[in-house]
Design a protein around this ligand. Sequence first.
Ligand code: AMP
Ligand code: MG
Length: 344
Amino acid sequence: MKISFLVPAFFLALFVSCAKSVSPLQISCMDTICTINAYDDGSKKLYSQIEKRLEQIDSTFSISNPSSDISKINRLSKSQSLVVSDDTAYVLEVALKTAEISQGAFNPALEELISLWNINSSNPKVPESSLIQKALSCSDWKTIHVNGNTVQVDSDSVKINLGGIAKGFAADEIVEILKTNGVKKAVIDLGGNIYVFGKKSSSLKWNVGAKDPEEPDGDPLIQIKTSETSVVSSGTYERYFVEDSIRYHHIFDPETGYPADKNLTQVTVISRKSIIADVLSTTAFVLGKDKTLELQDVFQKEFSTKIDFIFVEKGNIVSWTENPDIEIITTLRPPCINEGGINQ
Ligand code: AMP
Ligand code: MG
């Protein structure tokens, strides 16, 4: 058993070039590299404000920081409750709503299972199945209650992890700061969790690339030409280890306790709300293509935003939901098959 490849959640490449006043902000935060480019409107003061906000969000959601809201919730006994920040209450509510609609495919109470697999450690191994079952017995997200800013968990053993949604929330918050400060165009890249807005140039749309799951270090498999939107991918190549020639990746199926396998290697979600793109890329990866498409309208109504999906199935078979505002180009190489345009 060996770790053959371990990267931060850094799976989208962006191809843009423009004049800029100061260098884009680049910091290490939320377990990844975050790059924010506000082009001509970028300033040291603005970037410093963004850096502070990112650090604040990181310290709120970090599972390893004992004073984060998440760690405090995880130490609650069932008779206790905790008043959390607006950020935590909001993200937890979106996470719980997604859990409800997806019937637990997205499960914010998966920390026991995630830490059991410990995929980011230097020597990860497949856990014993009895331990997997024990961890699953501590993952009932229905025990988590949010009432305003008060959180209470009806269990002493359920622990939460919001790693599948927090970066999307952070991207939305950065966009808010940029717009409030009059920034006309920007690219926000939080380890591959992308948000673009404004016009790249007078006529050109942004061109966001999604990695080739079979060759993540090579050219992107998919290019998404779009105006303002967020683009977020989840895939088997982000964090994984190999044991007995089997790849074990970091997105778990809460029904089995093992890495999700719905014949997908990547899901990319396109939405103007990055928190939704982030939570649903993880969710869709667990649900699989057919169930995700069945729920597309429900998610759109619940979260009041247009949501598009690009699925990459094993063998690099690419398909996507149609949206006239978004042009999708795949670099198809044999034996890739393009099944584009699911809804038409
Ligand atoms: P992402 O890269 O956004 O798809 O998020 C993956 C991260 O979400 C993992 O590293 C875990 O921390 C967490 N996670 C894994 N499986 C699930 C799941 N089924 N529901 C919620 N969070 C999950
Ligand atoms: Mg996600």
